[in-house]
Ligand binder design. Structure first.
Ligand SMILES: [Zn+2]
Length: 493
């Protein structure tokens, strides 16, 4: 069992907090931050280290993709996991082969027992991107986390602390002196590195910005340091984030100063968040042009926006475009399909714009608490506005009308994807809006041999509610006639 030192981490479940009797002595000799960092740099072989790559296997989690709001992140298995930290160029790369270790919860990981998925994520300069089927795809929402992950490696944190005006405290823990070195990188993260008597970084407590959680705490524990050509690196890395475990990695390969070769692709440099609108019915627009879509519905004296995903960078132009399309009326309601962070990352922006957030009753309390967290490291629209998010719940079904148009919100019941999973139905227009239950394949793709369980569940819910659907506006992918949904589950209409 690993201990926490003296920073109280109330939301962490990975290690027991305050398990250690702290001996706080006023006359304890204090080590300066500079001295502690120099000592660690020498002991860990960091001075000549320009980059490092490390690989292993273990378990992880899909952060932000809990089945129920507030539950632990769904567990995944890494058959392989590697990172490249290029300190000289402030560049980072992570490759993994992952599969689900439990049946429920979100994340773009194949359902339990249906296979393994490879992922590749990168960061350099001001850009973050993923490789998807050998093509680079900008992933700006991943940027802050990758910056954090680069500089919270064992050697990275020493280099970052040295460059950012650190302070320190030395205390006795279990009869051994530990020096805690703290620093802040404005707009990025803050961290405390715990350096032991042998000069090893044993633990990092950090805070990074997040579009849903605001200031988000991580605890990273490094243990079982081994030597590779004079460079010390832990054989085990355990991390919790936002209160729950996200990584338990057994490292079996370390390469100091391996060439990193991480260059920003031109396609990524040129990327700008731009919602692309298409009209699907009178007063109804589909906003595409990114990984996540939104739908604008014009009511008599206001706008309803279905989904404000990702982060401020997507949400702000989405809110602007919605107003432009619908006569500059106020956006009174923003419906959130479910609590997964990729679908909820623009709710803070929407709240700052004055919208009431409509979510499932199961997620209402969670959002009220979570959206009230400060996002102080990188102040976002909500933080800057000083407003408090107003969250309104849906319990199974809720109807909205302006006297003419009707917008119905329903639970998608019995899905393994999320509890409080919701879809939106426009009865007059026969439009169904849904996220994650059905993402249309490329046109003319033959139906899969085994239908996707989430898609089958969606069809069951449409049948249960006897909804008359003509068109589906999915929050990932393209607008399709309902026949494509039935084809995907091998059903004739
Ligand atoms: Zn989801």
């Amino acid at each position: 069992m690993k201990r926490h030192f003296w920073v109280t981490v109330s939301r962490s479940a990975l290690y027991t907090a305050a398990a250690t009797a702290l001996v706080s002595c006023a006359n304890m000799p204090q080590e300066s931050a500079d001295a502690a960092l120099q000592r660690a740099n020498t002991a860990m072989g960091g001075a000549a280290l320009k980059s490092i790559s490390f690989a292993g296997s273990g378990t992880g989690a899909t952060f932000g993709q809990a089945y129920q709001p507030g539950q632990a992140w769904p567990k995944i298995t890494y058959s392989s996991f590697s990172r490249v930290a290029d300190y000289e160029n402030a560049a980072f790369r992570e490759d993994a082969a992952r599969s689900r270790a439990e049946p429920s919860g979100g994340g773009a990981v194949p359902l339990l027992g249906t296979g393994e998925q490879r992922t590749s994520g990168f960061m350099r300069g001001s850009a973050a991107w993923n490789m998807v089927a050998l093509a680079p795809v900008a992933a700006p929402v991943a940027y802050d986390m990758r910056v954090h992950d680069l500089w919270t490696t064992p050697h990275g944190v020493i280099k970052a602390a040295m460059a950012n005006n650190p302070s320190s405290t030395t205390r006795m823990v279990d009869g051994k002196a530990i020096t805690a070195v703290s620093f802040t990188v404005p707009g990025r993260y803050r961290a405390t590195a715990f350096i032991n008597a042998a000069g090893m970084v044993e633990q990092i407590d950090s805070v990074q910005p997040h579009p849903v959680m605001g200031d988000t705490l991580s605890t990273i524990v490094f243990s079982d340091y081994k030597d590779t050509g004079g460079v010390k690196f832990p054989a085990r890395i355990q991390q919790s984030m936002g209160g729950y475990p996200v990584l338990d990695l057994m490292v079996n390969d370390v390469k100091p100063n391996a060439p990193a070769g991480i260059e920003v692709p031109a396609l990524v440099t040129a990327f700008v968040e731009r919602p692309v609108a298409s009209k699907v019915a009178e007063g109804v627009w589909f906003l595409a042009g990114g990984s996540h879509n939104s739908v604008v519905i014009e009511m008599k004296d206001h706008i309803m926006l279905i989904e404000s995903p990702l982060y401020d960078g997507r949400a702000v132009p989405t809110l602007q475009e919605a107003k432009k399309l619908a006569g500059n009326k106020p956006i009174s309601f923003v419906v959130n399909s479910h609590h997964h962070f990729d679908h909820a990352g623009g709710l803070r922006s929407a709240a700052s714009d004055g919208a009431t957030l409509v979510t499932s009753e199961l997620a209402r309390g969670y959002f009220e608490t979570t959206l009230a967290n400060p996002n102080s490291i990188k102040p976002d629209a909500l933080q800057t506005s000083g407003k408090k998010a107003v969250v309104s719940g849906v319990n199974g079904k809720r109807s909205f009308t302006d006297g003419e148009r009707v917008v119905e919100v329903y639970y998608i019941e019995g899905s393994v994807h999320a509890e409080g999973f919701m879809m939106v139905y426009l009865p007059k227009e026969k439009i169904l809006i849904e996220a994650d239950a059905f993402t249309p394949a490329a046109p003319n793709t033959p139906a899969p041999a085994v239908p996707n369980a989430l898609t089958l569940n969606l069809v069951q819910n449409i049948d249960r509610l006897k909804l008359d659907v003509a068109q589906i506006l999915p929050l990932h992918g393209r607008v399709v006639p309902v026949s494509e949904l039935y084809t995907a589950v091998g059903k004739k209409m």
